[in-house]
Write a protein that binds this ligand. Structure first.
Ligand SMILES: NC(=O)c1ccc[n+]([C@@H]2O[C@H](COP(=O)([O-])OP(=O)(O)OC[C@H]3O[C@@H](n4cnc5c(N)ncnc54)[C@H](OP(=O)(O)O)[C@@H]3O)[C@@H](O)[C@H]2O)c1
Length: 319
């Protein structure tokens, strides 16, 4: 048995209090498995929810968290880690069949963040309405990693974005990144969006905040439009006004990328990864990074990841 460094949780609770860096025993790879040295893994909101015990899919306790990441095989091949690998570790064994090879040209840090957020952005923009060049997409939490991917993908395809944020200082950065309009969250948001799109403007809104923000962006949709909820950063429940259902026929849908992967055929998954790798290699998809921490600094990394007003992801260098 080899010993490797890993973040281990014994219980759920305050993330920085329950996540500890220690040593775990790593058996030799079983038949059909291969050894992967983990290079990078981000701290996503889902990881925070896993540590808190609030995410529907989480490791058995004691367990190693880390929803996604990228690693290197002993022959030097770069790979995406499979679901449920537990990425916050120096190394692990993975079924060979579950590994996705990362082509040359995709930086390993970016590869480590492709499976969840960019995939979510791409699938949501494809699966709910058929967008034509010039169409509007409304989103809140526009400064998030998913939000920035939505801006990048929309710009690439010629769709226009209305981006809702909770602070003005980020407006120049998102505008430079390709946002068509950036609006500040508040009571006038629905009217502010209508002033840009007209009452029949947008057919899709992407919601990662919940509460009043979701109600406001849903209210700005064209009749028959769709609001897709994929996150709940405010931790506030949705409030659905009767009129938006009765008179506007707004569809309230949800999206979870884990379910997308479970339902997708191997060919659909391969096509998604090929598209993500191509966009990342060309720099069309790029997730900003604010800081990189070693596994030993897990408490600081978790505290930093939960700080508001970040300008990029917090990622762990695992080996
Ligand atoms: N359903 C799925 O399959 C799926 C997949 C991927 C992600 N997600 C969800 O998508 C969301 C974004 O994930 P991410 O990794 O892109 O996030 P991220 O890069 O860590 O960014 C978090 C964002 O949330 C904003 N925020 C935090 N608290 C907020 C609040 N109370 N009200 C409004 N905005 C708030 C932050 O705004 P500031 O910049 O102003 O601090 C920041 O823009 C999360 O809820 C995540 O769980 C869901």
């Amino acid at each position: 048995m080899e010993k490797v460094s890993a973040i281990v949780i014994q219980e759920h609770g305050d993330p920085a209090a329950v996540a500890h860096c220690g040593q775990i025993e790593l058996p030799p790879p079983a038949a059909g498995e291969t050894r992967v040295r983990v290079a990078f893994s981000p701290v996503n909101p889902a990881d925070i929810n896993v540590l808190e015990g609030k995410y529907p899919v989480r490791p058995e306790l004691p367990g190693v968290p880390g929803v996604e990441g990228a690693g290197i095989l002993e022959n030097g091949t770069h790979v995406l880690l499979p679901h449920r690998f537990g990425a916050w570790r120096e190394a692990g064994n993975a079924p060979e069949a579950a590994l996705v090879h990362v082509p040359a040209g995709v930086p390993l840090e970016q590869a480590a963040m492709l499976r969840i957020n960019p995939a979510t952005a791409l699938c949501m923009l494809r699966e709910f309405v058929s967008l034509a060049p010039g169409d509007w997409v409304i989103q809140n939490a526009a400064n998030s990693a998913v939000g920035r991917c939505i801006i990048q993908l929309a710009r690439h395809h010629g769709w226009r974005t209305i981006n809702v944020v909770r602070r003005a200082d980020i407006i120049p950065e998102l505008t430079a990144a390709g946002a068509d309009a950036v609006l500040i969250e508040g009571a006038t948001l629905t009217a502010d969006i209508h002033a840009i799109t007209g009452k029949n403007g947008a057919r899709i809104a992407l919601n990662a905040v919940g509460g009043d923000s979701a109600t406001r962006i849903a209210g700005a949709l064209a009749p028959g439009g769709t609001i897709v909820t994929y996150g709940a950063m405010s931790r506030q429940p949705l409030r659905i006004p009767n009129g938006l259902l009765i008179f506007q026929d707004i569809a309230w849908r949800g999206f979870w990328v884990t379910r997308w992967y479970e339902r997708a055929t191997p060919a659909q998954r391969a096509a998604l990864f090929a598209e993500l790798f191509d966009l990342a290699a060309r720099g069309i998809l790029h997730t900003p990074i604010e800081a990189i921490y070693p596994l030993t600094a897990i408490a600081t990394a978790l505290e930093h990841a939960q700080r508001p007003l970040r300008s990029g992801k917090i990622i762990l260098r695992c080996s």
